[in-house]
Design a protein around this ligand. Structure first.
Ligand code: GLY
Length: 382
């Protein structure tokens, strides 16, 4: 039996940033995960794109996403300084382009919506788009230049967070959680599949898409999180083709979203499908075909590049696409999950919020709209 102040279920980037901040605040903290730093961060493209990914009806989430984007530079500086590792943070901006009249109309609407919200984005004609990104197809009719939407390499981010945790004394238990231990109305630890028991004052549920599958919690304490599959491709830009792209390029092609994220190290990540397929993580011919077809329409030269990997991961989706941050339905249970499309973007803020919650402070005001009890309250009111 091990006694901790906090045990974090899940060693993805959200669990890791939570554990790091808890460790920094002097809490004796453990992370339970067979493979810390694995999971969705190994698949994600790492776009930090609150403006280009803004959705109607999600203004509260937009505020959180914008705050996270503003927090990124100081977060990266601190984590790089702490670990000596390069996170691949690239302040390169984004260009969202349109190929046909329908796509253009949709992008024009997005631009109007962004302007109504006071967000910085600039409409460009097709020629101006190609001046910025000469590899774009002649058929690109126009686009939105968003200089504030950046990117980071999520694999590097995950590796740095593991290191930062180690440096702040966080203990890693490389085993899956078999169940949460609950007595009365209180969570007081976990039992691992290897049989180890970890007693803890606070249990943080940060298991991403698996968060609703954790045994031991009563139904009312389980978060409404479901897996949303995303397939991505990884290509390499050989030096002779560099720079293939200088910023993230994205588009809606016949209603489907595609984005291309160029890393400084020559990797090009193409994403992503969004599929309600349960726990399936099969890479399908159809998924790869659609991504390549759409990417090829935007950038015909892409077919010359070596394809180095195809992958599928699971986003933790919630009913309103927003995360669950704060105290759960049991004493001692804290939630940091359900980040859906914004896990990488929201990592720094999630760490800040969890540091406050785990040290007994009030939930920061910006996280209040994302209280885990909001769905239960909606049900009561219905
Ligand atoms: N935020 C990008 C994605 O979830 O595909």
């Amino acid at each position: 039996m091990h006694r901790h102040d906090a045990v974090v279920i899940g060693g993805g980037i959200i669990g890791l940033v939570t554990a790091w901040r808890a460790g920094q605040r002097g809490l004796r903290t453990a992370v339970a995960d067979p493979e810390p730093g694995g999971g969705a961060a190994q698949v994600a493209a790492g776009m930090l794109a609150p403006v280009t990914e803004v959705q109607y009806g999600e203004q509260a989430l937009l505020e959180l996403n914008l705050a996270a984007a503003r927090r990124y530079p100081s977060f990266v500086a601190e984590l790089e300084e702490t670990t000596g590792l390069d996170l691949g943070y690239r302040t390169c901006g984004t260009l969202a382009v349109a190929l046909d009249a329908d796509d253009r109309a949709q992008l024009r609407e997005l631009h109007a919506f962004q302007q109504s919200l006071g967000l910085a984005s600039e409409w460009l004609g097709g020629r101006e788009c190609r001046r910025l990104e000469p590899m774009l197809a002649p058929g690109v009719h126009g686009g939105l230049r968003v200089d504030g939407d950046h990117q980071i390499d999520p694999r590097r981010l995950a590796a740095a967070l593991v290191r930062a945790c180690e440096l702040s004394g966080v203990e890693f238990r490389r085993s899956r959680v078999a169940r949460v231990e609950v007595a009365g109305d209180r969570a007081h630890g976990v039992v691992l599949e290897d049989g180890t028991r970890i007693a803890a004052g606070q249990v943080v549920l940060a298991a991403g898409s698996l968060s609703a599958r954790i045994e031991g919690l009563p139904a009312r304490a389980l978060p409404p999180v479901r897996p949303v599959k995303g397939q991505v491709l990884r290509l390499r830009v050989p030096p002779a083709y560099a720079p293939f792209l200088s910023r993230t390029v994205r588009a809606v092609v016949r209603g489907g979203h595609v984005y291309l994220v160029p890393r400084e190290n020559g990797e090009l990540v193409v994403g992503a499908t969004s599929e309600e397929m349960g726990w399936d993580t099969t890479v399908t011919a159809g998924g790869v075909y659609e991504l390549l077809r759409d990417a090829h329409e935007l950038l015909p030269g892409i077919t010359e590049l070596p394809l180095t990997a195809t992958q599928a991961g699971l986003r933790p989706g919630t009913p309103d696409n927003a995360p669950l941050l704060g105290r759960g339905a049991l004493d001692g249970l804290v939630l940091a999950t359900g980040h859906h499309r914004n896990g990488v973007l929201l990592t720094p803020l999630t760490g800040d919020v969890m540091a406050e919650v785990l040290t007994g402070s009030a939930v920061p005001a910006q996280a209040e709209p994302f209280s885990p009890d909001r769905f239960a309250l909606q049900e009561q009111q219905a």
